[in-house]
Structures are given as structure tokens and as C-alpha cells.
Design a protein around this ligand. Structure first.
Ligand code: UTP
Length: 311
């Protein structure tokens, strides 16, 4: 059995949900407190045993390449000023086995993944999307790799979502469970209307795929939204070889839209050594202010406040 060594991170989308911030900057560089979202993804890959990472970039993606490169001027400056803790942070993102390729036009996620064909060759590999940050005892990418080691087949991570949100995701039509947390799948459908969704199990941005996906992607016609959809190619792959769905039970932070991004920033801030105390105080003050203003405590702020007080 081949070892899973390679990861592909597509980061060539237009990021329209964050405009105007993403007009001249990649959405993957937007920071959660102080760390660009793409760095969380690279860390998950490395913590899962991945050796080589390909980032698919597009227009305005130069800062991603620079972020993972050395910056001698900055490093020298931090050394001179004795800011060794900051130097360590800056150096953490260099010296990794990272490769870059451009997707010349954002024709969809399936088309982006196709750009990785030469890099991947004839090996199983993982695809990791920057819109979802995951936190679990065993990193989700590692769980998928362990799934591959058992099944020797493609595994796609899924999670239950509210039924009315199925049109935002790829959704699976699950068959009988193959193993604990692992489903056989009848069909993969991209962004179905809730009235037609075969289940509430949504694809959540981590895929372990066999290289046979590439010959399918080469022929894949545009699907939902006029884009070449990875989900459609996976559905075709599932007709010739088994593709399992692995149900993820850890924490997922959706940073692909504004509200999810804000919530994640607050949750991460509440564990960040430099800002957590001030942030807690600020939220408690804010909750009181809102209570005074609205007469009733806003539900979301109220539950966050409870969480903070319980700690
Ligand atoms: P999204 O649909 O979330 O990304 O694609 P987007 O298009 O950048 O964002 P919005 O919807 O306009 O705000 C999921 C992932 O696939 C990548 C994106 O960069 C994102 O990480 N992607 C999407 C590509 O690399 N190329 C594409 O053509 C489309």
C-alpha cells in the first residue's frame, strides 16, 4: 500500500464573500487574531504526517508565497532587537516542503485540483480547503489517512449540517455503515436544494482521493454555479471504485463567510495568551451594555458570557 505523503490546498478562489477585503488580497491570508487561515491548514497537514504540500494559487496570491518564504531583513531586525519570541514565530513558517502552481482562471474547485495532477503523480493524496478549520484530538486529515490505510480507498470527510443549509454544501446519499463512522455512499450531490437533499451529511473540506480522480476531472463538465465541481468528479469515481464518507465528530470552524470568521476569531482569541483576559472582560462589558440597551440579553452574547463565567 502506498503511503499518503502529499496534500493539495486550493487557494485560487475569488473570495467574493469577503469583498472588498479580498479585492487585492487572498482570503487565505486573512488572520484569525494573528495567524493567516492558510497557516492553520498547513499545520494540520504537517501534524498529520504529510511531507509535501502544493498550494494552488491564483491572481493576488503572491502574499501566500511570501508568507511561507524566509524574510532575511525582518529576521535580522528581530535578532538585533532581541525579539527572539517573534523571530521564532516568523521562522516557524519557513523551510517547509511547499510548492506552488497557478490556476489561471477560477473555473471551480474541480479545475483547481486538476492543476495538481503532475505534483501528485500516481499516489493517493489529500485535498484540504482553507474555509474549514478543524480541531480534534487526532487531526481530521490524519483520520482520513488512517481510513485509507484500512480501506485502501478514497475517504471524504462529512458532518451533519442543519437541513436548510444543504444548498451550501456537497451532500452525500449514505448507504449502510461500512464501519464505525464510515459510510458507503450511493451518491454525491453538489449544493442540492433542501427539498431534494438526500441527507444532512455535508462534505466539509477534507478529502482523501486516489489518483484516478484526475482522468475524471479532465473530462468533467461544469456543474452547479457553472463551475467544474470536485463533488461531481467524486460521484463518477464512486461508480468505478469505492469512495467512503467518514463522519467527523470534532470541532469545525467555518471561516469561509463573515459571521463564521468573526465567531472563530473570538473563540480563538479567548484562548490566545496575549489577548484572552482583555477579550473576556470586553465581552462581559458588551453583554451588560446590550442588556441595558435591548432590555433583554442577546442570546448569542448571553451564551458566550455563560461560557466565560463557567471557566
Ligand atoms: P469557495 O467557493 O469557498 O471559495 O471555494 P471562493 O470562490 O474563493 O469564495 P467565495 O464563495 O467567492 O467567497 C472553496 C475553496 O476552493 C478554492 C477556494 O480558494 C477555496 O479555498 N477554489 C475555488 C479554487 O482554488 N479555485 C476555484 O476555481 C474555486
Amino acid at each position: 500500500m502506498q503511503k499518503v505523503r502529499k496534500a493539495v490546498i486550493p487557494a485560487a478562489g475569488l473570495g467574493t464573500r469577503f469583498l472588498p477585503a479580498t479585492k487585492a488580497m487572498a482570503k487565505e491570508m486573512l488572520p484569525i487574531v494573528d495567524k493567516p487561515t492558510i497557516q492553520f491548514i498547513v499545520e494540520e497537514a504537517i501534524n498529520s504526517g504529510i511531507e509535501d504540500i502544493l498550494i494552488i494559487t491564483g491572481k493576488s496570491k503572491r502574499p501566500i508565497e511570501d508568507h511561507f518564504d524566509s524574510n532575511p531583513e525582518l529576521e535580522e531586525n528581530l535578532k538585533e532587537k532581541g525579539k527572539l519570541d517573534l523571530l521564532e514565530l516568523v521562522e516557524e513558517t519557513t523551510g517547509l516542503n511547499l510548492f506552488f502552481v497557478r490556476q489561471s482562471y477560477p473555473k471551480g474547485l474541480g479545475h483547481a485540483v486538476l492543476q495538481a495532477k503532475a505534483f501528485v503523480g500516481n499516489e493517493p493524496f489529500v485535498v484540504m480547503l482553507g474555509d474549514d478549520l478543524m480541531k480534534d484530538e487526532v487531526p481530521l486529515t490524519k483520520q482520513l489517512i488512517e481510513g485509507y490505510e484500512k480501506t485502501h480507498a478514497s475517504n471524504i470527510a462529512v458532518m451533519r449540517v442543519p437541513h436548510e443549509e444543504t444548498s451550501r454544501y456537497g451532500i452525500i446519499d449514505p448507504e449502510a455503515k461500512a464501519d464505525e463512522g464510515l459510510y458507503n455512499v450511493r451518491k454525491f450531490v453538489e449544493k442540492p436544494d433542501p427539498s431534494e437533499a438526500p441527507s444532512d451529511l455535508a462534505i466539509i473540506g477534507r478529502y482523501l482521493l486516489t489518483p484516478e480522480i484526475f482522468s475524471i476531472l479532465e473530462k468533467q463538465e461544469p456543474g452547479a454555479g457553472g463551475e467544474v465541481q470536485l463533488t461531481d468528479a467524486i460521484d463518477t469515481l464512486n461508480k468505478t471504485q469505492r469512495v467512503f464518507a467518514l463522519e467527523y465528530t470534532g470541532e469545525r470552524y467555518d471561516v469561509g463567510d463573515k459571521f463564521g470568521f468573526l465567531k472563530t476569531s473570538i473563540e480563538y482569541g479567548l484562548t490566545h495568551p496575549q489577548v484572552k483576559d482583555d477579550l473576556k472582560e470586553f465581552i462581559l462589558e458588551l453583554a451588560d451594555e446590550l442588556e441595558e440597551k435591548d432590555g433583554a440579553k442577546n442570546e448569542a452574547v448571553g451564551s458566550l458570557e455563560e461560557e466565560i463565567i463557567e471557566e
